[in-house]
Design a binder for this molecule. Structure first.
Ligand SMILES: *[C@@H]1O[C@H](CO)[C@@H](O)[C@H](O)[C@H]1NC(C)=O
Ligand SMILES: *[C@@H]1O[C@H](CO)[C@@H](O)[C@H](O)[C@H]1NC(C)=O
Ligand SMILES: *[C@@H]1O[C@H](CO)[C@@H](O)[C@H](O)[C@H]1NC(C)=O
Length: 482
């Protein structure tokens, strides 16, 4: 019986083994697996994952779950554009596959990593019962927890590895809510027992007030609004920009919005693309001096993808309780208007790629979209601060990081909420170093809570600063000071 059990496990993960990657000529540096985990048999609800084994030591290195946000965005955003095993070079001729290169800064250099499309309806994940596409924070966390329990049944050899949960943007909600479910499951004696150690959140949505009040001080500190306007808006709004209580406050805020609305919300240093016809920003559109723009330079194999519009998410629009618009809903189209997702879209919608990575074809899951408007999503878990408190007070390690030139979830809000927990400072604000250069700043708190900035980085940190990102990621996972 034991023998047949082992055989069963082997065949389960063996059928998920990825043997060739269309577009890649190099051999895979580690084993890759991908496929579906059914989390609700009755509904036919299936979550898609892509699992990359560590290129160093799979049995010893930590195991990390990665989640992109949205809500509605596929975690292939992270896989293709941020810290996945490949860099995708766009095809020179239309209709041919992108060329894939090995990514020297892949997070699989130091960890085993699972990219999960969540909730059902996002990326390649789907349900045969469409009512599942109406969901929210609480359901998403419990579904992802079910996924993890079933995933570990398929890959029991990874139960001993330290396990971390990570993500960015709206995953600022997914990560702590899922971590909380995992910990509740451990307390309740659920099997398999997950060896959960901690979590990482990048430019994460956290709390309506802290996030909503972050933009004005950010815009002022970055030199985007004048001292005079800053003083006026501060006087009129009394620091409360999230729920303006007077018309004069509202009108000052409108003026702030006007000053910054042509900037790229994801990275104020990057040019802003206003439409498909104007692929290249004209020099006149870039109001920042070139020395300032050079701040964004780093060592990375391919350029940051072009953002076509400055913003998809409205300015000063923190996530409030209730229905959260998905990015396509906000922009009134099927497309995320600010983002050029061409390489990912052409690669993931190619039939040979889908076959190679065991994704269902179009007839079942439709075409792959970076961010989908297919789901209806309720923010029903409130502020994340109570989750962070609970998890850190119980000894789980947390790294809360911010690309400091992101205007979508500005570091000012994240710095303020981490400080507001009131934990003793154990590592006072200091620069952190990568390749002999200051790569940003960090402040360490009691209860293993670390706040970290990445200098000159936008919203999706490993996309803008892959080398620096691999550095802080490796150090955090190893339990070293960053
Ligand atoms: C879909 O799920 C809902 C809620 O569980 C259920 O009421 C409905 O009957 C299901 N529909 C189908 C076609 O199974
Ligand atoms: C965390 O939450 C759990 C479950 O609600 C509770 O039992 C526990 O006391 C909380 N721990 C802390 C330190 O707040
Ligand atoms: C911080 O994390 C380390 C390593 O996991 C652990 O040994 C230590 O007890 C934690 N410290 C606190 C204050 O929770």
């Amino acid at each position: 019986m034991l023998l047949s059990f082992i055989v069963m496990i082997q065949s389960a993960s063996e059928s998920a083994l990825v043997t060739e990657i269309p577009g890649l000529s190099a051999t895979l540096p580690s084993k890759h697996y991908s496929g579906y985990v059914t989390i609700d048999e009755n509904h036919g609800k299936n979550l898609f994952y892509y699992f990359v084994e560590s290129e160093r030591n799979p049995s010893e290195d930590p195991l990390v779950l990665w989640l992109n946000g949205g809500p509605g965005c596929s975690s292939f955003d992270g896989f293709v554009y941020e810290h996945g095993p490949f860099n995708f070079e766009a095809a020179k001729t239309k209709g041919t596959l992108p060329q894939l290169h090995l990514n020297p800064y892949s997070w699989s250099k130091v960890s085993n990593i699972i990219y999960l499309d969540s909730p059902a309806g996002v990326g390649f994940s789907y349900s045969k019962n469409r009512t599942d596409y109406i969901t929210g924070d609480i359901k998403t966390a419990s579904d992802s927890h079910t996924f993890l329990l079933k995933w570990f049944e398929l890959y029991p050899e990874f139960l001993a590895n330290s396990f971390f949960i990570s993500g960015e943007s709206y995953a600022g909600v997914y990560v702590p809510t899922l971590a909380y479910e995992v910990v509740k499951g451990i307390d309740a004696g659920l099997n398999p027992v997950i060896n959960f150690k901690g979590y990482l959140v990048g430019n994460g949505v956290t709390d309506e007030d802290f996030d909503g009040n972050a933009l004005v001080p950010f815009a002022h500190g970055m030199g985007l609004i004048s001292d005079d306007l800053f003083q006026e808006v501060t006087n009129e709004c009394k620091g409360n920009y999230n729920n303006p209580l007077s018309e004069t406050c509202e009108s000052k805020l409108a003026k702030v919005d006007q000053e910054i609305e042509d900037l790229n919300i994801y990275d104020i240093l990057e040019p802003c693309y206003h439409g498909k016809d104007t692929r290249e920003a004209t020099a006149a559109k870039i109001r920042l001096p070139s020395s300032f723009r050079k701040l964004g330079e780093t060592d990375r194999p391919l350029p940051v993808r072009k953002r076509m519009f400055g913003r998809a998410w409205p300015l000063r629009a923190p996530v409030r309780a209730g229905r959260v618009p998905t990015w396509p809903q906000l922009s009134n189209s099927n497309h995320v208007p600010c983002t050029n997702d061409e390489v990912a879209t052409s690669w993931l919608n190619d039939a040979s790629v889908r076959k190679a990575i065991h994704a269902e074809d179009e007839s079942m899951v439709g075409s792959w979209e970076l961010c989908t408007g297919k789901i209806g999503y309720d923010a029903d878990a409130g502020s994340m601060i109570k989750f962070h408190k609970n998890l850190t007070l119980r000894g789980y390690r947390a790294l809360i990081f911010s690309g400091d030139h992101d205007m979508c979830v500005p570091f000012t809000g994240t710095e303020a909420w981490t400080r507001s927990l009131g934990y003793k400072i154990v590592d006072e604000w200091r620069p952190w170093i990568s390749s002999g250069q200051v790569a940003g700043y960090t402040q360490g708190y009691d209860n293993n809570l670390t706040f970290l900035t990445i200098k000159g980085s936008g919203h999706t940190v490993p996309e803008y600063k892959p080398k620096e990102a691999l550095d802080f990621y490796s150090r955090f996972l190893a339990g070293k000071a960053i």
